[in-house]
Design a protein around this ligand. Structure first.
Ligand SMILES: C[S@@+](CC[C@H](N)C(=O)[O-])C[C@H]1O[C@@H](n2cnc3c(N)ncnc32)[C@H](O)[C@@H]1O
Length: 478
């Protein structure tokens, strides 16, 4: 190693920052996070540093650096733009054994500052030894996505119970096993889900020898978003990688499924239109059974589980059966398709509200509040509206919507195969027929659709610009 990574105690220790510009300001903030007592030497300060100096948060001596500024300091950061001054400070500090960092000059430093992921009391630091600070920051950003922001709370809880665990489980090996179970099992998940009281109770029970929370598993009802794996939430990815069982349906894209644990048991439960591989009651039972076996069950659903996803029904059964669960929202198809097709769902000039409705036919018709849907200055998004597209088109016009109202069909939105087809309420059925539009497709109706031409940005792999159909159903290019 070129460096020894160590963590320095700075609480209430006098530290010196030489310089008063933007870089100095960032260094001051860093030292303050570690509770250092910051002294500043500079002829002038940024507005923010000046505010801090006025408020007494930092002690500022206005002027140029003097050797005596080092007296009593535990750490020094030189952030001036004068390389001779920086070199002078470095030489003095090294001679006096004071840790010194000279910004952007590794040779003059006795320590370097890593990129830090702060989950106090957990700290992870990444350094490339000055080779590439940008790379260090990128690595840190990756870690940020893997380690929940609540990790600090988990560590604090473990610390609070350390002595109790030591006396309750004297054997070191058994104790280590105990903590391994706690820190990556259901108790940790309770903390991450904000159920700290429950977690503490479970920890108490575990220490009293009742159980480590393993007898009953848990169900994670997770929204997988509309297709692009990059749209998953951090929490979704974490739970996907720790679940023992994965229960998914048709709308979950292959690349997303690939992100689940390789050795997890997988169940496809269908939900294709008119082809439910497993009926809803069967899915509910499957979740309960696996959780009862102590497994972590991932119920992965397309989009958001609470938007036309029957997620509510599934967790109702879990609640009745006393199975713990958590729900992770996902980006719903309307939000994903709107963004990736450049059609804002609301817009100051065109739409003050947006309504999500199901276009799923029942006995060949749609029982919707049509008078409400044709009101002006709103956007209406139809989920599952492909089969019923003629009924949708007809009913909207019958209830007073202009047949020329702009409308868009977004097929496989957010995926490399996305297609956007633009027309009007009247031409929708013809577009679906001509362009052989397939599910999953979302229908967006409203003036906002006009913006697509200007705001289209996403290029699907087989990119064709949004296809525009004239009022007679003739295809053209946007
Ligand atoms: C049963 S609903 C599930 C909705 C999901 N829970 C959500 O929040 O997006 C299925 C419908 O969502 C729409 N949908 C889902 N993913 C889509 C995508 N990637 N592109 C277009 N429409 C999509 C289609 O209208 C499809 O028929």
């Amino acid at each position: 190693m070129d460096y020894l990574p160590i963590y320095l105690t700075l609480a209430d220790k006098p530290c010196l920052v030489v310089g008063g510009g933007g870089v100095a300001q960032r260094k001051v903030a860093l030292l303050q996070r570690a509770q250092g007592q910051v002294h500043l030497v500079a002829p002038a300060l940024t507005a923010e540093l000046q505010r801090q100096a006025d408020g007494g948060a930092v002690q500022w001596r206005q002027g140029l650096f003097e050797d005596s500024d080092l007296d009593g300091k535990h750490l020094v950061i030189a952030a001036t733009d004068d390389s001779a001054v920086n070199a002078h400070i470095s030489g003095l500090c090294q001679a006096r054994g004071i840790p010194v960092n000279v910004v952007d000059n590794a040779e003059l430093c006795s320590f370097i500052v890593p990129s830090i992921m702060d989950r106090t009391p957990v700290l992870v630091s990444v350094s490339t030894g000055g080779a590439s600070p940008v790379l260090a920051r990128q690595l840190r950003a990756r870690l940020e996505t893997l380690i929940p922001s609540t990790y600090g709370r988990l560590a604090a809880m473990a610390e609070a119970y350390r002595d109790r665990a030591r006396s309750a489980i004297p054997d070191e090996g058994k104790r280590r096993h105990f903590w391994e179970e706690v820190l990556q099992g259901p108790i940790a998940e309770m903390v991450f889900a904000g159920r700290d009281d429950e977690a503490r109770q479970a920890l108490e029970d575990a220490l009293a020898g009742k159980s480590a929370g393993r007898e009953m598993g848990e169900v994670y009802l997770v929204g997988a978003g509309p297709g692009d794996p990059d749209l998953l939430t951090f929490r979704a990815v974490r739970l996907m990688q720790q679940a023992d069982v994965v229960i998914y349906d048709r709308l979950v894209a292959g690349p997303i499924l690939d992100m689940t644990r390789r050795d997890a048991e997988r169940y496809y439960v269908g939900k294709e239109k008119d082809n439910h591989a497993v009926p809803q009651e069967g899915i509910n039972q499957l979740l309960v059974e696996h959780a009862r076996q102590g497994k972590r069950v991932l119920r992965l659903k397309g989009g958001d589980p609470f938007i036309f996803g029957r997620g509510g029904e599934e967790i109702e059964t879990l609640a009745q059966e006393g199975v713990p669960f958590q729900v992770v929202p996902g980006i719903t198809a309307a939000a994903g398709c709107a963004s990736y097709s450049g059609i804002p769902l609301t817009h100051r000039d065109y739409a003050q509200s947006v309504t999500f409705v199901t276009g799923h036919l029942k006995a060949g018709d749609l029982d919707l509040n049509w008078p409400a849907l044709v009101q002006p200055r709103q956007t209406v998004v139809f989920y599952m509206g492909l089969t019923g597209i003629s009924v949708i088109s007809q009913r909207l016009v019958e209830h007073g919507m202009s047949p020329d109202m702009p409308a868009a069909l977004v097929e496989q939105g957010t995926t490399p195969n996305q297609r956007v087809l633009i027309g009007t309420v009247r031409t929708l059925p013809e577009i679906v027929r001509q362009a052989e539009v397939r599910a999953p497709t979302l229908t967006i109706v409203g003036e906002v659709v006009k913006l697509h031409e200007k705001l289209e940005w996403y290029q699907a792999e087989e990119h064709t610009p949004g296809t525009v159909f004239s009022s007679h159903g003739q295809a053209g290019r946007s």
